[in-house]
Design a protein around this ligand. Structure first.
Ligand code: CS2
Length: 494
């Protein structure tokens, strides 16, 4: 039997270079948080802020991380005592550090009851979520609960829950039955008014599952839903990410992630049973995260999606590569200054164009290889809060939305499935079938495509779909993209 291992874990911590060691040693901080969604973003964001908060101010705030579906991340973390590293990638160089925030991991799909028990545990006082937009199972435009058969089965039968809303329902019912004390449910997904969305989701779930007044009233009285704005660019980990971590640590880390240096977290301070001292770890605690969340979704994520669709169509693999397309810079700046900035009121003291400049500098980080196709995924779930709300608000104020219309056109061309050089593009989207069906029955012209997709009411608000000026702008851009391609369209954009 080998006595030494080359894998990250408690046994190898002492071998790590001093600057790579974690602030906390797993096993020493009891769990107070359950986190749903163990992806790269959580590991590089909430886990890092929480470790720093506990390091600075203490508290029983270890995190039990739940992977809804992936077994790979659970196996990787379980095999290394829940330790993982984050490599911060700056143009000047990389720095790797191990994070000790996780107190445990679980796989929801194979052991949903363990998750339900955790949600009903009085020691757990905060439940955070990074499960992606689509897992909320809400219609992006209206916030109405979907009728997905898996979800309905979770809400109307006794079977073990398979969906995120199903897990939350069972967990909250078990918590109410045990009278296990108040808890905060904290959405950290890029949804508009994410706290209110999650509250709306739980309300609809309780109604759909016909939960009696007793437990429903308990949940209403004991669960808080603080809204948040989360921000850090964390591309999916690749073999290169693992190689970099190994070189820095001297041991293998199969759960390594890499991220940009920037990290921001704005949190509404509505925690009925306490929280880590995140303000000691760089987070902003506030009464209303709304202005921050609109700033970030419309500027950063709006420009990200614009870059992703235009880049994918032009054959660019990464965001940084896309930014080198001649003319794109100018178009993105006009999108921010002329369309995004006048569409909403930013947090006091924040200039949207200046924030936009900072965003473009972050996107240009050459050390981050963020794939356009990763960001292009799930467009139907992202476009409303990133671009369409901007258009609706501009139009309500009597303004045009010319540059935002280009983003819609780029998405439509992406949905059509071919890049400028004819190569197929994948449509990875929960509404893929619905979009494809909408497109089969129409004349194969830009106007036909726009009319067909604008009629998809889950994505396009009625006010926008009925707006002749917006329609004409989108048809104009789509015509240019289809006839001349992204490069020529950008070169001639005005
Ligand atoms: C990206 C985001 O994949 C995407 O859709 O726009 O994940 C983005 O990187 C983060 O929101 C940055 O905070």
């Amino acid at each position: 039997m080998a006595l030494t291992t080359d894998r990250l874990g408690l046994a190898t911590l002492r071998r790590l270079p001093a600057q790579c060691r974690p602030l906390l040693r797993p096993g020493t901080v009891p769990a107070g948080i359950v986190h749903l969604g163990l992806g790269a973003f959580h590991r590089a964001h909430q886990a890092v802020h929480t470790e720093a908060a506990v390091g600075a101010a203490g508290g029983d705030w270890g995190i039990i991380g739940i992977a809804p579906r992936s077994t790979a991340v659970v196996d990787a973390l379980a095999g290394q005592d829940h330790l993982f590293s984050v490599t911060t990638l700056a143009a000047e160089g990389a720095a790797t550090r191990v994070v000790g925030a996780l107190a445990g991991v679980r796989h929801a799909a194979s052991d949903p009851q363990a998750v339900v028990r955790l949600l009903a545990d009085p020691a757990i006082r905060v439940v955070t979520l990074t499960v992606t937009e689509k897992a909320y199972q809400l219609d992006p435009v209206t916030g109405t609960l979907r009728t997905d058969p898996e979800l309905i089965a979770d809400l109307t039968t006794d079977r073990a829950p398979r969906t995120v809303p199903g897990l939350l329902l069972r967990g909250l019912l078990a918590r109410a039955a045990a009278d296990a004390g108040p808890v905060a449910l904290v959405s950290c997904d890029n949804l508009p008014a994410n706290g209110r969305r999650l509250r709306g989701l739980i309300g609809q779930v309780l109604a759909r599952a016909r939960v009696p007044d007793g437990p429903a009233g308990w949940i209403d009285a004991h669960v808080g839903f603080p809204g948040t704005m989360v921000d850090r660019i964390v591309p999916a980990a690749t073999a290169a990410t693992l190689d970099t971590a190994r070189r820095a640590l001297g041991v293998r880390d199969l759960a390594a992630v890499a991220a940009e240096p920037y990290s921001q977290w704005v949190i509404e301070d509505d925690f009925p049973a306490g929280r880590p001292a995140w303000e000691r770890a760089g987070a902003t605690l506030t009464g209303d995260a709304g202005p921050w969340e609109r700033l970030k979704l419309r500027t950063l994520n709006g420009v990200h999606s614009a870059t992703a669709y235009l880049g994918a169509l032009a054959g660019a693999e990464t965001v940084a590569e896309t930014l080198a397309l001649p003319g794109l810079d100018a178009v993105l700046r006009r999108l921010v200054a002329e369309d995004v900035a006048p569409s909403f009121t930013p947090p006091s003291g924040v200039s949207v164009p200046a924030y936009g400049e900072q965003v473009l500098a972050r996107f240009a980080n050459p050390a981050i290889r963020h794939r356009t196709l990763q960001i292009a995924m799930d467009g139907s779930q992202k476009l409303p809060q990133r671009i369409l709300h901007t258009i609706v608000d501009l139009r309500a104020a009597g303004r045009s939305a010319h540059w935002a219309a280009l983003v819609v056109a780029a998405w439509l061309r992406f949905v059509r499935g071919h890049a400028d050089d004819g190569r197929p593009l994948p449509l990875d989207d929960p509404l893929a079938d619905r979009l494809r069906t909408a497109l089969t029955a129409v004349p194969d012209t830009p106007a036909g495509v726009v009319d067909a997709v604008f009629a998809v009411g889950e994505v396009f608000p009625a006010a926008l779909a009925a707006d002749e000026e917006v329609r004409a702008d989108v048809v104009g851009w789509l015509t240019a993209l289809e006839r001349h391609g992204v490069r020529a369209t950008l070169a001639g954009a005005r």
